[in-house]
Design a protein around this ligand. Structure first.
Ligand SMILES: Nc1nc2c(ncn2[C@@H]2O[C@H](COP(=O)(O)OP(=O)(O)O)[C@@H](O)[C@H]2O)c(=O)[nH]1
Ligand SMILES: [Mg+2]
Length: 333
C-alpha cells in the first residue's frame, strides 16, 4: 500500500518540486501544508519533496529572534524585513511557539504588527505550527525553512518567545541568534539568564526612540558590561550590543550589517556549513526521539499498560530497569 501511494505520488511530488523551485507561492504553501500535516502519507510526501529539493536549500541567512512578549519582535521584524526586501532580498518569517498548542493562538497570529510584510510580495509569513511537542513544532519549522529556501528565500527570520527550551530549539535552527531587550535593564539584568547570554550572537535594546532613547543607551552599556563578564570569549565573534527602534527603523541597518559580518566571518572559516551539519545531526536524533515517543504514546497495548507500569515503579513494587526493559521490548527494541 505504501509503495502504491509512493508510485502514485511521485509525479505530483516532481511537479510540486519544480513549482517550488520556480518560486511559486501556491506551491510553497502546499508544500508547507504537507510538511505540517499529521497524515502519514502527507509527511512521507513532504520528506520526498525535501530530499528532492535539498541541493537547492541552505543559501539563506538564518536568524533566530527572541525576547519577552511586548519587547517588539513583530514590529522589528516588520521593519527589518521591509528594509531587506527593499534591498532585493526575499524574506521568510517563521515562528516557533509551543504555547500556541495550548492557547490556539500564535505569536504571529496577529499579522497587524507586520502590516507591511504581510502585503509584501517578496515576503512570506508563516505562523508557528500549532500542534505537537516543542521538538515536533521545531522540526516542522525546520522543514518549512528548507522549503522556503528552495523557493528562493534568502533571509529566514524565526521568531520565538523568550521562554526556556524554545530558544534553544530556535538557536539550533539558525546561524545567528538575536536577543531583543527592553530599555529598563535594571530589572532584566538581575534576571538575565546565563543561558541566553551564551546563545546570543547579538543583543539589541529596542524602543530606543523618543523618551526611551537615553534609557536604551544606558541599558546597552549595562549589557556590554555584563557580557564582558559572562560571555564566552571567541576569536571570531564577540557579541555586539546595539540600540534600535523597531518602530522608527533606526539602527536596523547597522544591526543587519552585524548579521552579515558574522555570516561572512564564519563562512570564511567554513563554520556555517560545520554548524549546520552539527545541527542536522542533532535534528536527526531529535526526530528519532520524537517518533519513538509518538510510538510510545500511540501504541494501544503500551498506552493501556504504561500507567500501571509507572504506578508499580512509583510504589517500589517494580524495578525501574525491569520496567524499562518491558517497555523497550513492547517497542521492539
Ligand atoms: N516606542 C516603541 N514602541 C515599540 C517599538 N517596537 C515595538 N513597540 C511597541 O511595543 C508593543 C509590542 O510590540 P510587538 O512587536 O507586538 O512585540 P512582540 O510581542 O515582541 O512581538 C507594541 O505596542 C509596539 O507598537 C519601538 O521600537 N519603539
Ligand atoms: Mg509578536
Amino acid at each position: 500500500m505504501l509503495t502504491g501511494a509512493m508510485v502514485a505520488a511521485a509525479p505530483t511530488i516532481t511537479a510540486l518540486a519544480d513549482a517550488l523551485l520556480a518560486g511559486e507561492r501556491a506551491a510553497l504553501a502546499r508544500a508547507i501544508t504537507l510538511a505540517e500535516s499529521r497524515r502519514a502519507d502527507h509527511r512521507q510526501q513532504a520528506r520526498e519533496l525535501i530530499q528532492r529539493v535539498l541541493p537547492q536549500t541552505g543559501r539563506a541567512i538564518r536568524v533566530g529572534i527572541t525576547g519577552v512578549p511586548g519587547v517588539g519582535k513583530s514590529t522589528t521584524i516588520d521593519a527589518l524585513g521591509s528594509h531587506l526586501t527593499a534591498k532585493g532580498h526575499k524574506v521568510a518569517v517563521l515562528a516557533v511557539d509551543p504555547s500556541s498548542t495550548r492557547t490556539g493562538g500564535s505569536i504571529l497570529g496577529d499579522k497587524t504588527r507586520m502590516a507591511r510584510l504581510a502585503v509584501d510580495p517578496n515576503a512570506y509569513i508563516r505562523p508557528s505550527p500549532s500542534s505537537g511537542t516543542l521538538g515536533g513544532v521545531a522540526a516542522k519549522t525546520r522543514e518549512t525553512m528548507l522549503l522556503c529556501e528552495a523557493a528562493g528565500f534568502d533571509v529566514i527570520l524565526v521568531e520565538t518567545v523568550g521562554v526556556g527550551q524554545s530558544e534553544t530549539a530556535v538557536a539550533d535552527l539558525t546561524d545567528f541568534f538575536l536577543v531583543l531587550m527592553l530599555p529598563n535593564a535594571g530589572d532584566e539584568l538581575q534576571g538575565i539568564k546565563k543561558g541566553i547570554i551564551e546563545l546570543a550572537d547579538m543583543i539589541a535594546v529596542n524602543k530606543a526612540d523618543g523618551a526611551g532613547a537615553t534609557a536604551a543607551r544606558a541599558a546597552a552599556a549595562q549589557y556590554r558590561a555584563a557580557l564582558h563578564i559572562l560571555a564566552p570569549t571567541s576569536a571570531l565573534w564577540s557579541t555586539p550590543v546595539v540600540t534600535i527602534s523597531g518602530l522608527t527603523g533606526e539602527g536596523l541597518e547597522g544591526l543587519w550589517r552585524h548579521v552579515e559580518q558574522h555570516h561572512d566571518r564564519l563562512e570564511a572559516h567554513g563554520l556555517i556549513t560545520q554548524k549546520r551539519r552539527q545541527q542536522d545531526v542533532k535534528w536527526m536524533w531529535a526526530m528519532v526521539q520524537d517518533r519513538l515517543q509518538a510510538r510510545l504514546r500511540n501504541d494501544p497495548a503500551l498506552k493501556a499498560r504504561t500507567p500501571q507500569i509507572e504506578r508499580e515503579v512509583a510504589s517500589g513494587r517494580l524495578a525501574a530497569t525491569l520496567a524499562a526493559e518491558e517497555i523497550a521490548q513492547a517497542l521492539g527494541l
